[in-house]
Ligand binder design. Structure first.
Ligand code: SF4
Length: 458
């Protein structure tokens, strides 16, 4: 499957790509299909069934709300996040839902939105949607939300064949070995190779403007995160920290990265906290490559842009392209879904991607870049997904800050070497896949193990 940089970086809403963005897209796709099949006007009732991890942590991850918004015809990149609370409240009070934004039907939150204690084959994040008319079932579809906001339909999943794309890439690669060979054969940096591939979908101008738009949404997300204060929603009473930390860093003054590396790292922490607090609050953000791990790449890019007077928009574009090359490898050969392989797939992949992006703009050779990504991923192997209360807050928010700093350190270590190293990125990605397969389900976004059960509500 050909994967574009814009598949990995998508404008969406919090708090989860697999549990919020994917389900909203699935529900909106289903509503649109009712229009296309001319079934909308006959529809009297819809039912949503959530399975596996979508059921286990769906309420904490706002899966139920996302499904309802999708049924109303909203898409993650276009919905106004600030309007959702009021619209959900109105729906709950009235018991009416405007299907696809057009067809007024009754909707009973308890009966029509079912959280089932069972799993479907193929993937732990499964959901099915059913539309009924006066004489019974009109249409049904099962979707799998496979991480990063990607969804696939049941038939695709059952075929066992990855969804294909008609696009032929000039430099297609499925492993880091192939990527490095192509870079060396054609004398290309990783970002240059990725740019050539992206041209299979879009013009240079569209690639550039699209990636700069992604960057502007990331910056707005950080700025919003630095303004918002108070307690995060969901009931854990987790206080937001970014605004206070920002004030404190401003008082200290501009850090000097040469003499005070640690204070620069505090800014990295700040950027990650700001994004992940916004994500936890259901705000507008960029999936990178998932929502739970969405703070790492913006934090590292903010760090580069803030502390490098020479940084330019070209660097932003190259950073995203190089990061995407590693994201593609993780997605193709393992997973970026916490429900599939644990947090190593989310935070580990994002850490490796951020390290690769930073390495590219700092002038790394393809081998050094591969090394940076390998270090970033290797030291996240085995990381479990155990969100307390099913919310993307603890440990997720701090974990992003730690991984962002780790990504910078990985790049620094790789840049001190010549690219030769002990374990290849391909092997680490395979290890992530195998470790994920061995990992008990309770550590894969079910909130039934780890920190999720060590926390006791008072
Ligand atoms: S623990 Fe990791 S994978 Fe799980 S929800 Fe949090 S960030 Fe995502």
């Amino acid at each position: 499957m050909a994967i574009s940089v814009f598949d990995l970086f998508k404008v969406g809403i919090g708090p989860s790509s697999s549990h919020t963005v994917g389900p909203m897209r699935a529900a909106a796709t289903f509503a649109q299909a009712l229009i296309d099949q001319q079934l909308l006007s006959q529809t009297r009732r819809v039912e949503v069934r959530l399975y596996g991890s979508l059921s286990a942590t769906g309420v904490g991850h706002a899966t139920d709300r996302a499904c309802v918004m999708g049924l109303m015809g909203e898409w993650p990149d276009r919905v106004d996040p600030t309007s959702i609370n009021a619209r959900i409240q109105q729906l709950r009070e009235s018991g009416r839902l405007l299907l696809a934004g057009l067809q007024d039907i009754a909707f009973n939150w308890q009966q029509d939105l079912r959280l089932l204690d069972e799993s479907l084959p193929y993937h732990p994040n499964a959901m099915s949607l059913h539309a009924y008319g006066e004489n019974g079932l009109l249409s049904e579809q099962t979707y799998y939300s496979v991480g990063g906001g990607f969804i696939i339909e049941a038939a695709e999943a059952a075929s066992g064949i990855a969804p294909t794309s008609d696009v032929e890439l000039p430099y297609d690669f499925s492993s880091a070995v192939e990527l490095l060979a192509l870079c060396n054969k054609h004398g290309l940096r990783v970002s240059e190779l990725m740019m050539a591939n992206e041209r299979a979908w879009r013009s240079d101008a569209d690639i550039r403007s699209g990636l700069l738009h992604i960057w502007s949404v990331m910056r707005e997300c950080v700025e919003q995160g630095l303004r918002d204060e108070g307690i995060l929603p969901g009931g854990l009473d987790v206080p937001r920290r970014a605004a206070k930390l920002h004030r404190s860093l401003l008082e200290i003054g501009k850090p000097n990265v040469i003499t005070s590396t640690l204070s620069a790292m505090e800014w990295v922490n700040l950027f990650a906290l700001a994004v992940n607090e916004e994500n936890a609050a259901g705000g507008r953000m960029v999936t990178a490559p998932t929502n739970g791990a969405a703070g790492i790449i913006p934090a590292v890019l903010h760090y580069y842009m803030k502390f490098n007077a020479e940084a330019s928009d070209d660097d932003v574009v190259n950073f995203f392209l190089a990061a995407a090359a590693v994201g593609i490898l993780c997605k193709k050969n393992a997973s970026i879904s916490g429900a599939e392989v644990g947090c190593q797939g989310e935070v580990g992949s994002a850490c490796a991607m951020a390290a690769a992006g930073l390495a590219d703009v700092l002038g790394a050779t393809p081998e050094q870049l591969e090394n940076a990504a390998e270090i970033g991923l290797e030291h996240n192997l085995g990381l479990t997904c155990d969100p307390v209360g099913g919310l993307v807050q603890v440990p997720c928010i701090e974990r992003n800050a730690i991984a962002a700093v780790k990504a910078i350190n990985a790049t620094q270590m790789a840049l001190r070497g010549d690219g030769k190293h002990f374990i290849s990125l391909d092997r680490v990605i395979r290890t992530m896949r195998d470790t994920g397969a061995d990992m008990h389900d309770k550590y894969k976004e079910t909130s039934r193990g780890g920190l999720a059960v060590s926390w006791v509500e008072c």
